[in-house]
Ligand binder design. Structure first.
Ligand code: SUG
Length: 449
């Protein structure tokens, strides 16, 4: 079998990064509403993580941010005139809509799409379905540009297949890879794809959370498995415990992370957890893999600690020697229950041997940790060679992007600044240059005929 890799494509934080308080059910987003942001610092924190992983020998890529404010979204809501007039009218008459149209939320590329590697799909291609993200208006406007950017990155139709986002209704609410985990013995071998949903849209017998929205439906996950041509024996579905959604676990990647043959998860993550673990064990065995559950007991780390620290929104990475490394946000070190647990975890003889801490505060304050910021794509060597090489991180690209951020990004952004018509011009100028740096061609609305 040819070599295969997991490539992490991190979202480059866009120039309008701000705290809009837009995500009901996401505790950090709600509690930091209206705090001043630093787009420059945010972008640099993200780039520092990409550089560090590249230097540790992991394959690293970058996913471009989006054009914001999204003037076309505002036009579709009835604001008319020149771009500057559209922004001014929205600022005067409907500030929440302007704020939503300015969100840099595409940085959380774990929500960009769901990816199935070629070893799992019926036609032997890597399949991508852009996430409709239709639970929140500010995120529902991402998928058309996401699709164009993914198309420009993974352009070779011999290796890559792209599907449009699912129908834009709550019944097919889809949040992408944040609720999808792929297990395998080796990245290039057939694996098991694990879809976690918050509720069913059509089966009223299944429970649902009482307070916060369940963003992912079972029916959306099933549609993606069909579109990607996954076999029944290669798929496991599980429902999130509704009570944890009500405690702020708005995606599965806030309470579980998996890689290779390992699932690192909280005791309360899944309904009927024992049956889910048994099905994973059985289906992994069929592809010659041995399933390991690393379950964090609620007595050691409560769900509230998991939500505050984002322990599970970590990146679980395989190292050359077969051991695993966990990339966690700084907030884990600041939480004594979590930090004590991690010391114990890495010194027990389990698969996870090391922890590395990153300062991602700018993203974390909007509920986006290390795992939110990356989209994992397992690629065989020839598939990796077919990826647009402009988006693969190198020391030179890191330097170029750092200079680009310094040139175009503001140090500080508040809600009032979003009404500044210059922000749109700054954003377009920066993105026009970025598409050349990353060799993406024309992907943004302002670049299209
Ligand atoms: O969709 N926050 C994002 C965070 C996404 C995290 N992704 C994963 N867990 N994979 C969301 O809730 C907040 C934006 C604001 O309030 O300005 C926001 O969209």
């Amino acid at each position: 079998m040819s070599n295969a890799f997991e490539v992490n494509f991190d979202g480059l934080v866009g120039p309008t990064h701000n705290y809009g308080g837009l995500s009901y059910g996401n505790v950090a987003s709600q509690s930091n509403s209206n705090v001043a942001s630093s787009p420059k610092e945010a972008a640099k924190q993200g780039l520092a993580k990409m550089k560090a992983l590249m230097e540790m020998g992991f394959k690293q890529g970058v996913l471009a941010p989006q054009e914001r404010p999204d003037v076309n979204a505002l036009r579709s809501l009835g604001f008319a005139g020149t771009d500057a007039q559209v922004i001014a009218k929205a600022a005067k008459e409907a500030m929440p809509l302007l704020v939503a149209s300015c969100s840099a939320s595409s940085m959380w590329t774990a929500n960009a799409c769901t990816v199935s590697p070629s070893a799992d799909t019926a036609d032997g291609r890597v399949h991508f379905t852009a996430a409709n993200l239709n639970c929140k208006f500010h995120r529902s406007i991402e998928h058309p540009t996401t699709s164009r950017v993914l198309g420009a990155m993974f352009a070779d139709s011999q290796h890559f297949a792209h599907h449009a986002a699912l129908p834009a209704v709550g019944q097919f609410g889809d949040e992408g890879a944040a609720n999808h985990t792929r297990f395998c013995k080796e990245y290039g071998a057939a694996g098991v794809e694990f879809f976690v949903y918050g509720r069913s849209a059509f089966d009223s017998r299944l429970p649902a959370p009482q307070n916060y929205p369940a963003r992912q439906t079972l029916e959306a996950s099933q549609a993606i498995a069909r579109l990607h041509g996954l076999s029944e024996s290669g798929v496991v579905y599980a429902q999130q415990t509704p009570a944890v959604i009500d405690q702020g676990v708005f995606h599965n990647d806030v309470i579980a992370v998996g890689n290779g043959e390992v699932l690192f998860h909280h005791q309360d993550a899944f309904l009927n957890s024992d049956a889910v673990m048994a099905e994973l064990r059985e289906k992994l065995a069929r592809v010659g893999a041995e399933f390991h559950s690393v379950c964090v007991p609620r007595d050691a780390v409560g769900v509230d600690d998991a939500v505050k620290s984002y322990l599970f929104n970590s990146q679980l990475l395989s190292r050359g020697d077969g051991s695993m490394l966990l990339i966690v946000p700084e907030e884990c070190r600041n939480n004594s229950n979590v930090w004590n647990y991690l010391q114990q975890l890495t010194s027990s003889n389990g698969p996870i041997r090391d922890v590395k801490v990153f300062d991602l505060k700018q993203s974390m304050q909007n509920g986006g940790g290390p795992a939110c910021l990356r989209l994992r794509v397992a690629l065989k060597e020839n598939e990796l060679a077919a990826v647009n090489q402009g988006v693969i991180m190198t020391p030179a690209l890191y330097d170029t992007l750092t200079v680009w951020v310094d040139k175009h990004y503001r140090d500080r952004l508040t809600e009032n600044d979003l009404a500044d018509p210059n922000l749109l011009i700054e954003c377009r100028t920066a993105l026009d240059e970025l598409t050349q740096i990353l060799k993406l061609g024309s992907v943004y609305p302002f670049q299209l005929p």
